[in-house]
Write a protein that binds this ligand. Structure first.
Ligand code: PNS
Length: 165
């Protein structure tokens, strides 16, 4: 069984992520989408919410499962017998850090990293940019599933109300 992981923060998942996950799922028998648990980084959605959203967003992909991890990604891969990490590359600016991580991960356990070129439709897209634009009322529809957009907007409204207190 050929297994891969698509790791990330997914705060929230975008159509760019989903494009990479779907393409990975066509190349592997099973793809695990792994949400990084990072208590030091402030996030809009909790890990549980992100898992729930990702599970709904990937429901039509029969060989995709969603999980969370903390610590080293290579340990998560070893525990689950996952031999490949699949990452999307949006632009040259992504490459330096991604190459560094790929080389370090390979040195640690021999896990391979496969880079998928991001669909040009989404090459400028990131979760943080989507959140920033939506926070100030910009239109981000079409960049993430409608269900995710609705949940993000509700979160941002609640966050703004909280900050105004
Ligand atoms: O969506 P992100 O935040 O860009 O994803 C980054 C992620 C989760 C893929 C990366 O930070 C990661 O793999 N973190 C796990 C910790 C780890 O293994 N660090 C060593 C990397 S060589």
């Amino acid at each position: 069984m050929r297994k891969a992981v698509c790791p990330g923060s997914f705060d929230p998942v975008t159509n760019g992520h989903l494009d990479i996950i779907a393409r990975a799922a066509r190349q592997f028998d099973e793809v695990t989408v792994a949400v990084l648990i990072n208590k030091r980084k402030a996030s809009l959605f909790t890990v549980e919410e992100r898992i729930e959203i990702l599970t709904t967003a990937t429901a039509s992909m029969g060989n995709v499962v969603v999980d969370a991890f903390h610590g080293l990604l290579v340990d998560f891969c070893q525990e689950r017998d996952i031999s490949a990490i699949v990452k999307g590359l949006r632009a040259v600016s992504d490459f330096d850090y991604e190459l560094q991580m790929a080389q370090m991960n390979h040195r640690l356990t021999g896990v391979e990293t496969l880079f998928v070129s991001t669909n040009p439709l989404y090459s400028y897209l990131s979760s943080s940019l989507v959140k920033e634009v939506a926070t100030y009322g910009g239109d981000v529809s079409g960049l993430l599933p409608d269900m995710v957009l609705e949940r993000m907007n509700a979160k941002l409204v609640a966050k703004a109300a909280n900050e105004a207190k």
